[in-house]
Design a protein. Sequence first.
Length: 323
Amino acid sequence: MKWLVALLVVGAGAGCLGPQVTDSPATLVLPAGATLPSVEDDAALAEQLAANDGVSDLIRRETAFANGSVVHAWDFGPAPPFAAPLYILVAPDATGTLTRIPIHPTVIEAMPGDAGYSPYWAPYYVQTTDAYAGELLTSVEAIDEAVTRGLVMRPVAQTFAINCPATASSVRLEVDDEGDVIAPPSQFFYRGMTVPYFDFGPMPLVAGSSPGERARYRLHRVGEDPLDEPVRGVDMTGDGDIEDTNDIYAGNGDPHAVTPHARTIDLTIPASVASIDTNHDETRATVIDAKQLFAPDPTMLVVAIQSSDELHDRPLQRTAGGL
């Protein structure tokens, strides 16, 4: 408060401060219903978000296979091997179970382009107290202030993660074969502003902060490009799009139970192996399960294996026509 004392002394001599001086401290906690600007209202932050969200304005939906079934996946670009902290306001429901306060967005401290950003988030629950009256905590600093004022309890780490990549509001996600798209449906609170994002729901969290990883096997016949229409730029199945692949995701195929953190592993297979191109059908191929590729009872020979150093956020679609 030394700076305030100095101002008071100067003001007394100049005769101009008087009743304008107040002892009420500035607050980072905003009243219920307050309106926040978007980061995209700031030209520099808008450019940072668009340049670093890792995607184009249209994210195509690709067909692939997992556990013997057809799945659909999106590629949100390279992702780091850690989950960043995210804060969720919760309150006990009638049964005493902590439940998210739905009208209060989750709070982050890093967006694309910031050090420490990840599309994967390790949640902390911030439980409200009886003193809480709908105030908005729009930054980590605001949460600290709310703890001091007794509006909320200290954040408590959870044992799961969620996949919520932040993107520019102009990004559209393709969700079906008809080309229907959706915009980012949700908003984070970020340093007193809002940031758009897509919510792909829970995912495993390893050792408290790691998303783990899964294999995305990309098949090649000997001497050929990948069995992957987006890579080839060719409609191999004759269905009028270039979004089909013979990619195979390791794991059980349940998008709720597996990590989206995928490492691409290129596998060379014999030229005789039938795939989506020979069947002219993105749902039919000889190899549709990772268990077919390797011991103890492989149905084919893998001629060569090459693993990529880069891991991408590649969530599988959970809901038809949606995320």
